[in-house]
Design a protein around this ligand. Structure first.
Ligand code: GLU
Length: 288
């Protein structure tokens, strides 16, 4: 049986791009008698808001997208992420990173980094991968906050050649270097997006991950984490994104209308969802 999910972060109201994604995730499972899950990715307590959670549930209902089972909240699953982190520590490929954002940016600038193409590891974020144990001990004794990162090159080496199936892009070979030594556990919040999403998709038995093409690079990382944690690999479907008449991606920063804004023009959310299904998009938006 197909199990898909929609996994919004409650950091704002849903906009049309979210609806576009949610409809595709819903239909991928429901058209074949499968189940559709809703997961609230509220792991970042500083940016997530309960009022946005309520609005997401309301918008989903308005669109006629009914989810199966209870809504899962990432904020309630931190012990599972901690357990996965422990298993990754056992690989010997995790390390503490004490760097501040400013230090990392300064290091990258000093290395003269051009915008990164994703075909080889980006400049190493500062010096933490090979910090001397004495230095680490000193910083820990001072109570310096740290994140856990993955030493990507060495973590990936034993898994070279792993891949996954994308329903739109075809078979893929993992090449997880675009984001460098990714953060597994954050300084300011618990588990990173990459760790939480990988653990959750497996725990929830998701067989088909339907999400936007903007997350394609992340899947390379998720595939590696699955291999390291011994988790199954779902089938992926990275769908095209909605763009406006200028070709800009629909996102809040471009002033994309929220679903709340659209309710005036579309009193019936199910009709709007059907319009998205048929590809007749409002406001001159198109899929690209
Ligand atoms: N929470 C992520 C977002 O809202 C989506 C995660 C996913 O689909 O894997 O962008």
């Amino acid at each position: 049986m197909i199990t898909s999910r929609f996994a919004p972060s409650p950091t704002g109201r849903l906009h049309l791009g979210h609806a576009w994604s949610a409809v595709q995730a819903h239909d991928r499972a429901k058209n074949e008698g499968g189940q559709f899950l809703l997961r609230i990715e509220d792991i970042d307590g500083t940016r997530s808001r309960p009022e946005h959670v309520a609005a997401i549930l309301d918008d989903m209902t308005w669109l006629g997208l009914v989810w199966d089972g209870p809504v899962v909240f990432q904020s309630e699953r931190v012990p599972d992420y901690a357990e996965a982190l422990d298993r990754l520590h056992a690989s010997g490929r995790t390390y503490r990173c004490f760097c501040t954002r400013a230090e990392i940016e300064a290091d990258i600038a000093a290395a003269g980094a051009a915008p990164h193409a994703g075909d080889k590891p980006p400049p190493h974020p500062a010096k933490c991968r090979y910090r001397k144990p004495q230095d680490v001990a000193k910083r820990l004794a001072r109570g310096e906050p740290f994140a856990w990162r993955l030493d990507m090159e060495n973590a990936f080496a034993p898994h070279f050649g792993i891949g996954w199936e994308d329903e739109i892009a075809g078979p893929q070979t993992a090449w997880p270097f675009a984001a460098g030594d990714i953060v597994l556990w954050r300084k300011d919040a618990p588990a990173s997006y990459h760790l939480a999403v990988t653990v959750d998709d497996a725990a929830q038995g998701v067989t088909h991950v339907v999400r936007g093409r903007d997350l394609f690079e992340a899947t390379h990382v998720h595939r590696l984490l699955q291999a390291m944690l011994g988790l199954p690999t779902p089938i992926y479907r990275h769908h095209p994104l909605l763009v406006d008449a200028n070709g800009d991606r629909l996102a809040k920063r471009h002033g994309a209308p929220t679903l709340a804004d659209l309710r005036a023009a579309y009193p019936d959310g199910r009709a709007l969802a059907d319009q998205l299904r048929s590809g007749t998009l409002p406001n001159g938006y198109r899929s690209a």
